[in-house]
Design a protein around this ligand. Structure first.
Ligand SMILES: Nc1nc2c(ncn2[C@@H]2O[C@H](COP(=O)(O)OP(=O)(O)O)[C@@H](O)[C@H]2O)c(=O)[nH]1
Ligand SMILES: [Mg+2]
Length: 205
């Protein structure tokens, strides 16, 4: 048995992120409650900031959170040359026999970052409402190709003048019906649906 490898990409890096780490934080409790044995790999540019934050959160033993330093090209380590991440995932599987799931957060810096199929079995792309409701119309590869698109920070819609139902409908349209789920990761809203989706489509448990 090998663990399912699930990528989580989306805007972040130097700008305010769309909520990838917040999604992982919110998912960890749901996954633990469901008895799904989980570990996480983060890809920060030059620090271990996301890994440190997840360790401090205390939802996983610290050694189940590993950091890969992505350097100047965060997309390279998840797409063109994902060997560092593959090695980190292999090590986690060796260290924790029976592991069900490895979540891999990209240090994504733009809308174009995608995951190599050599690295992951499934990947999600996280955008947020504050990024503007024209994002689905921009049709970046992340938005179009991800197995699951997540639109986070739905709570901000009234504050940034976004018509959220319209944004959601457009996202579903540009993805030709491929799944799109809304979340408010900071409060945990919608996260149970994300976990249910992963259990059904990826974990089969
Ligand atoms: N209002 C709001 N803020 C959020 C939500 N999720 C995350 N954030 C905030 O957005 C910022 C970036 O989140 P983070 O998880 O670090 O993004 P990442 O760079 O994609 O990993 C942080 O200040 C979070 O507190 C949400 O659902 N609503
Ligand atoms: Mg992050």
């Amino acid at each position: 048995m090998t663990a399912a490898r699930v990528g989580i990409g989306g805007p972040g890096g130097s700008a305010v992120g769309s909520g990838k780490t917040a999604l992982i934080e919110a998912m960890l409790q749901e996954l633990a409650d469901a008895g799904i044995d989980t570990a996480v790999i983060t890809n920060d540019l030059v620090t271990d900031e996301d890994a440190e934050r997840l360790r401090r959160g205390g939802k996983l033993p610290p050694d189940r959170v590993r950091a890969v330093q992505a350097g100047a090209c965060p997309h390279t380590v998840i797409r063109e040359d994902p060997t560092l991440n593959m090695a980190a995932a292999d090590r986690l599987e060796a260290d924790f026999p029976g592991l069900d799931l490895i979540l891999i957060e990209s240090g994504g810096d733009n809308l174009a970052s995608t995951f190599s199929p050599d690295l992951v079995d499934f990947w999600m792309f996280v955008i947020d409402v504050a990024g503007g409701d024209d994002i689905p119309r921009k049709k970046g590869p992340g938005i179009l190709q991800a197995n699951l698109l997540i639109i986070n920070k739905v709570d901000l819609a009234p504050h940034v003048g976004v018509d959220f139902p319209k944004m959601l409908a457009e996202a579903r349209m540009v993805r030709s019906g491929a799944p799109v789920l809304p979340t408010i990761c900071r409060k945990g809203d919608g996260v149970a649906d994300v976990v249910a989706h992963l259990r059904r489509e990826v974990l089969f448990k």
